[in-house]
Design a binder for this molecule. Structure first.
Ligand SMILES: Nc1nc(=O)c2c([nH]1)NC[C@@H]1CN(c3ccc(C(=O)N[C@@H](CCC(=O)O)C(=O)O)cc3)CN21
Ligand SMILES: CC(C)C(=O)C(=O)O
Ligand SMILES: [Mg+2]
Length: 287
């Protein structure tokens, strides 16, 4: 069993040698890896500093997902995401957190061409954000790249099954692995990614049996999204689970309804401005 503390704790003891309260050390990639078969790993997406601050105490990992394409930028899919977008949002999430390990998605086109190109872009993301690792979509074909990065100091999280950056090949976001042949190839992908040195693998949008088989086969922790409760951890897009993003996949469970909270508050403000009941004495500087 790992000794990972479950909650954020502050060391409040101060002295001349140690004058300020010290935040607990961030979870590291090796500690995440050790969680295989242990306490489930909690991961959520984060794109902004405030979101990171609110999620950090409760999560083991924060993923700066390229899903920010749809969620933040209103793009139709993740293919249009750039390195600059990931670098800026990644840096914001690292600034807003000090407990969770921060993982940054590599954008489409930044890693597929060659291991060297992938290394240059991954190194830039780690340098500019302070994140712990990068995530790449793909299987067997990417194994040499994952090995190249890992051997040169860049921890890599894999992502197999429904890989949204391949939307133009897949033709949509339907569940993967329905034929025996496709199921076999997804399992082979995950095994190749794990053997190449990935410290963890996201399994997205596959038949449950595939996620279970992969989880039992690979040595690193699996993180499910539309996969299985038997994965070593789970991830969701935060805006989806908060009820902030309107159209969500079947695998999303809504834990809140933030859109309604925002709408109610904004309606009340608009009414009060129109009726001149805002601002009141309390919000003005009387001369
Ligand atoms: N807000 C958001 N949530 C996500 O989970 C997410 C993103 N954005 N952007 C990047 C990818 C895209 N993903 C998606 C997007 C749509 C479906 C979806 O609509 N699935 C349908 C089935 C579609 C079909 O059969 O063609 C479903 O009902 O689950 C699934 C995953 C997952 N990722
Ligand atoms: C859904 C998760 C795994 C992701 O890759 C993203 O948010 O971009
Ligand atoms: Mg992604």
């Amino acid at each position: 069993m790992s000794t990972t503390p479950k909650t954020l704790t502050l060391d409040t003891s101060t002295s001349r040698a140690n004058p300020t309260p010290k935040p607990m050390k961030r979870l590291t990639v090796p500690r995440i890896r050790q969680r295989k078969g242990g306490e489930p790993i909690v991961m959520l997406t984060a794109y902004t500093v405030r979101q990171a601050q609110l999620l950090d105490p409760h999560c083991d990992m924060l993923l700066v997902g390229d899903s920010l394409a749809q969620v933040i930028y209103g793009m139709p899919h993740t293919v249009g995401v750039t390195m600059d977008m990931m670098a800026l949002h990644g840096a914001a999430v690292v600034r807003g957190s000090f407990h969770a390990a921060v993982i940054v998605d590599m954008p489409f086109g930044s890693y597929e061409g060659s291991p060297q190109h992938a290394f240059d872009n991954a190194a830039r993301l780690l340098k500019e954000t302070g994140a712990a690792a990068v995530k790449v979509e793909g299987g067997k074909v990417l194994a040499p790249t994952i090995e190249f990065l890992t051997q040169r100091g860049i921890p890599v999280m894999g992502h197999v099954g429904l890989t949204p950056q391949a939307v133009n090949i897949l033709g949509g976001y339907g569940v993967r692995g329905k034929s025996d042949e496709e199921a076999r190839s997804i399992v082979d992908d995950a095994v190749a990614v794990a053997e190449a040195g990935a410290f963890s693998i996201v399994i997205e949008g596959v038949l449950e049996s595939i996620a279970v088989e992969i989880t039992n086969k690979v040595a690193c922790p699996t993180i499910g999204i539309g996969a299985s409760a038997q994965c070593d951890g789970q991830v969701l897009v935060t805006d989806d689970m908060l009820g902030m993003f309107e159209r969500v996949p079947k695998f999303v469970k809504r834990y809140g309804n933030m859109a309604d909270v925002v709408t109610d508050a904004v309606k009340e403000y608009a009414d009060q401005v129109r009726s001149r009941s805002f601002p009141t004495e309390e919000q003005i500087y009387a001369g």
